[in-house]
Design a protein. Structure first.
Ligand SMILES: [Fe+2]
Ligand SMILES: [Fe+2]
Length: 370
């Protein structure tokens, strides 16, 4: 396999990104732990697995693979179906669009998604590093250190894929930025876990899984399989740590965490249609939105239905394991019930099935057997 080193240009490379430093003040205390006794066997197991399944982004991915960005466009995604249908809406601002523009917006949409993955991964790297500093248990500090490395690799591979194969990247979406910055600022160490390992990593598993099922491009496929292997362990890390901690919180403290989950699910569902994509296509978002909404209704496609289903199938069972559904007389359970989330209560089990996601170990076992 030929290995090419990434070019030195920093990503995102456009002038709009030059003013790109964001200062964040963390309000959490750092904890130095003098007790080195390994007291949490499940975290020890997870840490050992994390060490064994580290992978090398330079030698284990074939960066010489030729990628045609237009060939990556999948017209069967809910987003693409809605865009294509919107062309025929009465008074549609994209009425003149043909094949060329459809492909172009498909490429832009994929770039936008991969860009948010990249920025989110950097946020995950910083959140994991915050956990190293703030969690009081030595086993959790060790594990979070391996996660910090995992997230560095994830950030790096998405950045490199965007730079070398897609050409450029988008800036971080304000919604994702606000979500991650809030975790980095919070004074309570468990909120970094709850927001990242439980909420955002469940989101990431759903989004990466969706793209992996759709893509046939071998480099992106392998990259996603390996990233997902790591993410599944990260979610398990969150559950194993918070389960123990939440057993000892008061109902009032648990109520704050239940509210946090509501903020991150039913109260915050307004995921926008990536306004920056439309800007690049020289179409005003305000103009195109009515056509998109009406087209979605006409063809009966909900833009985020599949995605939300995959997200809630991970999130709801994991929240149950933390005891957050039933604290305060089932406060969160009742709220989620009203919004139809409780049908996912027993869907997935990322606390214990992370081994089944380990494509890195599977590939290595297969290579040894051959
Ligand atoms: Fe990650
Ligand atoms: Fe992660």
């Amino acid at each position: 396999m030929t290995v090419t080193e990434p070019e030195s240009t920093a990503l995102p490379s456009t002038a709009e990104m030059n003013d790109s430093i964001r200062l964040i003040r963390d309000n959490a205390d750092r904890i130095y732990q003098w007790n080195y006794t390994r007291e949490r066997p499940q975290l020890v197991t997870l840490y050992n697995k994390a060490m064994a399944s580290q992978w090398n982004s330079v030698t284990e991915l074939d960066w010489s693979t030729n990628v045609d960005p237009e060939g990556l466009v999948d017209r069967s995604t809910p987003f693409m179906q809605i865009v294509i249908a919107a062309i025929d809406e009465p008074g549609s601002p994209i009425a003149t669009w043909g094949d060329k523009e459809i492909t172009q917006i498909g490429v832009e949409n994929l770039k936008a998604s991969l860009s948010q993955f990249m920025h989110g991964e950097q946020g995950a790297m910083m959140t994991a590093a915050k956990i190293v500093e703030t969690v009081p248990w030595i086993d959790a500090k060790y594990y979070a250190a391996t996660q910090t490395m995992d997230e560095a690799r994830h950030t790096e591979v998405f950045a490199r894929y965007l730079q070398e194969k897609m050409g450029d990247a988008y800036t971080m979406s304000p919604a994702l930025e606000a979500q991650i910055v809030a975790l980095l600022e919070d004074s309570r160490w468990d909120i970094a876990y709850l927001g990242m390992q439980i909420v955002i990593e469940s989101l990431a598993l759903a989004a990466f899984g969706d793209l992996l099922r759709r893509t046939t491009e071998p480099l992106l496929k392998k990259l996603l399989r390996y990233v997902i292997s790591d993410e599944a362990r990260h979610v398990a890390f969150g559950i194993l740590s918070l389960q123990e901690y939440y057993e000892n919180l008061t109902e009032a403290e648990l109520f704050d965490r239940q509210e946090f989950m509501l903020e991150n699910t039913i109260r915050n569902r307004n995921r926008s249609t990536n306004p920056e994509i439309w800007e690049r296509m020289n179409v005003s978002v305000a103009d195109v939105l009515p056509s998109l909404t009406s087209a979605a209704g006409r063809i009966g496609v909900h833009p985020y239905a599949d995605f939300q289903k995959a997200f809630f199938s991970k999130l709801v069972p994991n929240t149950r394991k933390l005891g957050l559904l039933d604290a305060n007389n089932g406060y969160l359970r009742k709220q989620w019930q009203e919004h139809g989330l409780m049908e996912f209560e027993f869907s997935d089990d990322t606390a214990s099935d992370y081994d089944t996601y380990d494509a890195v170990a599977a590939d290595r076992a297969a290579a040894t057997n051959n």
